[in-house]
Design a protein around this ligand. Structure first.
Ligand SMILES: Nc1ncnc2c1ncn2[C@@H]1O[C@H](COP(=O)(O)OP(=O)(O)O)[C@@H](O)[C@H]1O
Ligand SMILES: [Mg+2]
Length: 563
């Protein structure tokens, strides 16, 4: 059914720059005409006028259902997954339909207030009013001005009641960046929402639906504000929250669809292997997917069809540029609870699962650092690489060898000599580097990776696979070179790292069996097994670094380095 006010609001209420220009004079000076060519967005929420993007609301099919049921719920996902984009679009769509006035606003400013709930509430109400004014809504939908003057700690509830009393539509509010609220402020805001929510059946006006959007699941807000996550408490401000929705990453098909928009606009194609490579590297993390495409299509100035090799180059550039998104993830690595989870992941050891660990685990998962589902692994290859490089940075400073000196006359890479150089390096610096490494449990792996990275990365590629619980780290060195007849060839060398820990058995037999499977998967005839000895009875540093030959269960020849 077509409703008059609905149509009008469709034109007014859209948050895009053009309609703001038309209807809201104050925007005229600050909003520029959108550029004609679209591009991949890497800075904040997407705007359909300027950015290639996937339709955001189908990413949240349940949200609409819950809103129609007048529910209060949580939407959570790590940073840079498209929460704000999706909610903003959903708000516009709902408002355009005519029955609902849906508004998204950010709680971010209230962060500065800390536990000062009166200040937090006041900042929240300011943000709410500003969002309403900027929405371009007609006056009848706007909140009361001024807000009702009541005691701090009740202001939000009274304000929302008053607003709903006079608003001719069902009011729906999206609290974005809800985890900006700290301790007492969070409790105060959630308690007021609960009181209002529970008074609705008695006829008190209050928002029909509320979405709390942030990084964390609701269960963890309980922890953040001192509650017991395990016990259900009927008086808890959290018990009104019906569900928590998780915004997922892109599928391979969605990546193809998003990249197809560029092809449609410019004629430049992404080859299938390029799209596959993007999925492999990013696992669909939305910001990474956009960042790679932006790098290739804009920064690198690639002409012609885009191929997988260019995706690899873009990944390198992205990691080297240390984009804010990557930096903010890395900044978390030394938080104690992040370290408790990530250290065994990097070391390939099993985490000792205790009750606090599972809180740590859900925190690290909500940050987006590890996969949503077991096995415990870093969320995607790009994060994994960034983590190892950042942890390995101090080690790289010590590596003096010249990467070019490992290139043989035929263009191949001299792996045996690299291993010998590592032994020299290890004897000289190993002890100090292990002691310095904050991720002590994973120190050996981090140090060898950093050494390899420094020497391989100029001309080749280093791929690492590691997962907690497998007690190993697999490494593949890929080295492109030119064959005698001018053909492009790729040298591949596989390595497995194991650690001999106190009280454990010599990992040689397990290592050989695991390496065998790894080599089988790669169709390689030989490989290298590095065993680090971290027992107190390990040989003195000056004597470490013996090489021996061994045979895998299926008969492959393997070089074993004991370090
Ligand atoms: N619908 C979409 N289509 C394509 N990319 C998107 C979409 N939504 C978000 N993104 C990507 O995610 C990034 C972050 O979006 P944003 O909405 O700010 O996420 P969040 O609020 O979860 O941090 C954008 O800069 C863009 O790279
Ligand atoms: Mg956001």
């Amino acid at each position: 059914m077509e409703r008059g006010p609905g149509r009008m609001l469709h034109d007014l209420g859209g948050l895009d720059a053009e309609s703001r220009n038309r209807h809201c004079g104050r925007w005229q000076n600050v909003t520029m005409r959108p550029p004609r060519a679209k591009y991949y967005n890497t800075t904040g929420p997407c705007d359909p006028q300027r950015h290639y993007m996937l339709p955001p609301t189908p990413r949240l099919p349940q949200a609409r259902v819950l809103i129609d049921m007048d529910r209060y719920f949580v939407l959570h996902a790590p940073r840079q997954t498209g929460k704000t984009t999706a909610l903003r679009t959903l708000a516009s769509e709902l408002t355009a339909e005519g029955d609902i006035a849906a508004l998204m606003f950010s709680c971010e400013r209230a962060k500065a207030a800390g536990d000062d709930y009166a200040a937090a509430e006041s900042l929240l109400l300011d943000s709410l009013r500003q969002a309403a004014e900027w929405s371009g809504w007609p006056d009848e939908l706007l909140p009361p001005d001024p807000w009702p003057q009541v005691t701090p700690g009740s202001r939000l509830a009274v304000a929302l009641t008053e607003w709903c009393r006079r608003c001719p539509r069902r009011l729906v509010l999206f609290f974005d960046e809800i985890d900006a609220l700290q301790g007492d402020s969070m409790i105060s805001i959630l308690s007021q929402l609960r009181d209002g929510h529970n008074a609705r059946p008695k006829g008190q006006p209050f928002p029909a639906s509320v979405v709390l959007c942030g990084l964390r699941d609701v269960r963890d807000y309980k922890v953040a504000s001192g509650g017991d996550p395990g016990r259900s408490n009927p008086a808890s401000p959290f018990n009104i929250i019906a569900e928590s929705l998780r915004l997922g990453d892109f599928t391979a098909d969605q990546i193809a669809e998003l990249y197809g928009q560029h092809t449609q606009a410019t004629g430049q194609e992404f080859a299938k292997d390029a799209v596959d490579r993007v999925f492999e590297l990013t696992q669909g993390q939305p910001w990474l997917v956009n960042a790679l495409a932006y790098e290739i299509s804009f920064q690198m100035g690639v002409t012609g069809a885009i191929i997988a090799g260019q995706v690899d180059e873009a990944k390198e550039r992205l990691i080297r540029a240390r984009a804010t998104h990557l930096d903010s993830l890395v900044a978390r690595l030394h938080e104690p609870r992040v370290k408790r989870v990530m250290e065994p992941v990097v070391a390939g050891a099993f985490p000792h699962v205790d009750p606090t660990f599972s809180d740590d685990l859900s925190y690290v998962r909500d940050l987006g650092l590890i996969k949503q589902k077991p096995p415990l692994e870093v969320a995607n290859s790009i994060y994994r690489e960034v983590i190892l490089r950042v942890l390995g940075d101090p080690t790289e400073q010590y590596v003096m060898a010249d990467p070019r000196s490992f290139v043989l006359p035929d263009g191949r890479f001299d792996l045996p000599r690299l291993l010998q150089e590592f032994v020299v390096f290890w004897r000289e610096h190993g002890e100090v580097l292990i002691r310095q490494e904050g991720y002590h449990e994973a120190a050996c792996q981090i140090i060898l990776m950093a050494f390899l990275h420094r020497l391989v990365n100029g001309g080749g590629y280093l791929d690492r696979e590691y997962a907690a619980g497998t007690k190993r780290l697999d490494v593949l060195v890929r080295w492109p070179y030119t064959g005698p007849d001018g053909e492009r060839l790729m040298q591949r060398e596989a390595m497995e790292l194991k650690v001999w820990r106190t009280g454990g058995d010599d990992p040689l037999p397990d290592g050989l069996a695991q390496l065998d499977r790894y080599l089988d998967r790669l169709s390689l005839p030989t490989g290298v097994l590095v065993i680090f000895d971290r027992r107190p009875e390990a040989p003195p540093w000056k004597e470490r670094g013996g090489f021996e030959q061994a045979t895998t269960p299926s008969g492959r020849q393997v070089t074993v380095l004991r370090a």
